[in-house]
Design a binder for this molecule. Structure first.
Ligand code: DHB
Length: 313
């Protein structure tokens, strides 16, 4: 039997690959999530789900720019109660971990969504406090250590007695000191993993019509343009907290080399979103294969051995 050399343990979740589907891309239905899981992802993260159905922002809500995309989806989703059905569909088609991304505009709303999902067959929760263009202004939560702590307490309390890993998705915030303070508050509140990073605040303006291109005007930048920023934040988090807390790297991963770079900086796992638009869902298998080739070339037994290795220098 072929030995799996790219499996990792993420806060108690056994992942057959360190590659996860990032929230926001193909994560609205059980079928599409299962399709990604069956294409080689080690786990999948759903689109962010809130307390009630939300149509999102008016279009256009995504635009390609040099080296990335700017989107202002506006957190469109069917609401927590309706989404439970999609989890059932996923579980019939895949036995890989499913992580539900949740958002709210108050602690109470986060608690309500978490409690709703605590009754479903989910494997972990990713708390989104960092969408840069939501009407709910959730980015304000993600920049405040105090608010982050309170949201985590509220979520923990709401899912009791269920005990599943809770991850926090950090903002695309390049103020390193503030970012580390938020991360410290999350660790103190008992978070099980940090996801770094969400999209960066961005805008595109049409020079002929002289107007912002997106319907909501402002949006979040993803894709290769943000990769070095994301790797830096992962690097700073690992430098500060070491193996105290697992880090999940996300931002502009297109090739296996990008995934390796995030892991050397300190990521235990990585998420892929925009990369699917650049390649296809075959990206998961391509990167898995690339990781094994890298291990062979470097004579390394398991991908785990490279986590944080860049900090030796
Ligand atoms: C959306 C949410 C995010 O957290 C993000 O980074 C980008 C877009 C959204 O649904 O609008």
């Amino acid at each position: 039997m072929l030995q799996n050399r790219i499996n990792v343990n993420l806060a108690g979740l056994a992942l057959s690959s360190p590659l996860m589907l990032a929230s926001g891309v193909l994560g609205q239905t059980g079928d599409s999530l299962a399709n990604i899981a069956n294409s080689g992802a080690g786990a999948v993260v759903t689109k962010s789900i809130g307390p009630a159905p939300n149509p999102g922002h008016p279009g256009p809500n995504i635009i390609e720019v040099d080296c990335g995309f700017i989107n202002s989806m506006g957190l469109p989703n069917p609401g927590a109660k309706n989404f439970i059905e999609e989890i059932k569909v996923f579980k019939e088609k895949s036995n890989k971990p499913i992580i539900v991304s949740i958002y709210g505009s108050t602690e109470e709303e986060y608690a309500f969504v978490a409690e709703t999902f605590s009754k479903a067959d989910i494997d972990a929760i990713e708390i989104n406090v960092s969408c840069p263009h939501s009407r709910e202004k959730i980015l304000n939560i993600g920049l405040s250590p105090e608010m982050v702590k309170n949201v985590i307490f509220a979520v923990k309390n709401a899912i009791r007695p269920k005990s599943i890993p809770l991850f926090l998705k950090l903002a695309g915030n390049t103020h390193i000191e503030n970012q580390l303070n938020v991360a410290k508050a999350a660790i103190d509140a008992g978070i099980d993993g940090l996801v770094a990073i969400n999209t960066l605040p961005a805008i595109a303006i049409d020079i002929w019509t002289e107007r912002p291109v997106l319907g909501f005007k402002i949006g979040g930048l993803s894709g290769p343009a943000i990769k070095p920023v994301a790797v830096r934040i992962v690097y700073e988090l690992f430098k500060k907290f070491g193996t105290q807390i697992p880090i999940i790297g996300v931002g502009g991963i297109i090739t296996w080399k990008d995934a390796v770079e995030f892991m050397l900086a300190g990521a235990t796992a990585v998420q892929i979103g925009s990369g699917i638009a650049y390649r296809n869902i075959t990206i998961f298998k391509e990167i898995n294969d690339g990781l094994v080739t890298y291990l062979n070339k470097k004579k390394i037994g398991n991908i785990r051995e490279i986590i944080g290795k860049a900090h030796r220098y």
